[in-house]
Ligand binder design. Structure first.
Ligand code: CTP
Ligand code: MG
Length: 221
């Protein structure tokens, strides 16, 4: 099996509110994109990083020490477009592809292993964590309580058969379907998507408090 990865890092990090792209923010002196790319380089033959088009050289510098097989390409206007542009740069020889958000920079590499292992029986694998809050659906002032035990929070890295991922992205682009992750695209086109166990360390860095959490961890380490 040849395994490749796409790391989405082309977002601006509006909610984090820094004056540089979120994936260039450093923890313990290392940019988030380098944390994410090195974890994937441990299990992949090729890692393609998508970066904001106007910051390609900074991103290339940020990952230059990770591994020679890490390349940086320009991402798009949405996460989904960034994944599609990353996919276009993945070798046609890759038969399995991991898609991972740089914003989940500290996801343990074991989760990539679990996702790839579960791919034997599926077209796509999504890491999932149990939901801890009580969840309601809200619309028009009405609330409907959902059965928490049947719900899960979806993380990355997600693992896919390359042909299924490429097909789902092509169909979504043609049909104007936007999902918030890649598993949802495969599910929309009838592919078999299963779960593996996620990890709380893969918490997504969205707001300043998420970054603070990891800064405190590294300060204690
Ligand atoms: N992403 C991307 N291309 C985009 C938008 C997002 O590659 N056009 C990536 C981000 O870099 C991030 C991941 O998708 O690694 C998840 O997105 P999110 O956490 O929302 O990051 P940002 O879009 O950068 O943050 P914000 O929404 O606060 O601006
Ligand atoms: Mg975003």
């Amino acid at each position: 099996m040849t395994v490749a990865a796409v790391v989405t890092a082309a977002g601006s990090g509006t909610r984090l509110g820094r004056d540089l792209p979120k994936a260039l923010v450093t923890i313990a002196g290392t940019p988030l994109v380098a944390w994410a790319a090195s974890s994937l380089a441990a299990v992949c033959e090729q890692v393609v990083v998508t970066a904001p088009a106007e910051h390609l050289e900074e991103f290339r510098r940020a990952v230059s020490h990770v591994a020679a097989r890490v390349t940086v390409v320009a991402g798009g206007a949405t996460r989904q477009q960034s994944v599609a542009l990353g996919l276009a740069a993945v070798s046609p020889e890759a038969d399995e592809i991991l898609v991972h958000d740089a914003a989940r920079a500290f996801m343990p590499v074991a989760v990539s292993g679990r996702a790839l292992a579960a791919l034997d029986a599926a077209d796509g694998v999504i890491p999932v964590l149990p939901v801890v809050d009580t969840i309601v659906a809200t619309s028009g002032g009405e609330v409907r309580y959902l059965d928490r035990s049947s719900l899960g929070g979806v993380q990355t890295p997600q693992a896919f058969r390359a042909s299924a991922l490429r097909d789902a992205h092509a169909r979504a682009a043609a049909g104007g379907f936007e999902g918030t992750d890649d598993g949802s695209l495969l599910a929309a086109y009838g592919y078999r998507v299963v779960t593996c166990e996620g990890d709380p360390e893969g918490r997504k860095i969205t707001y300043a408090e998420d970054l603070d959490h990891f800064e405190r961890r590294w300060a204690r380490a």
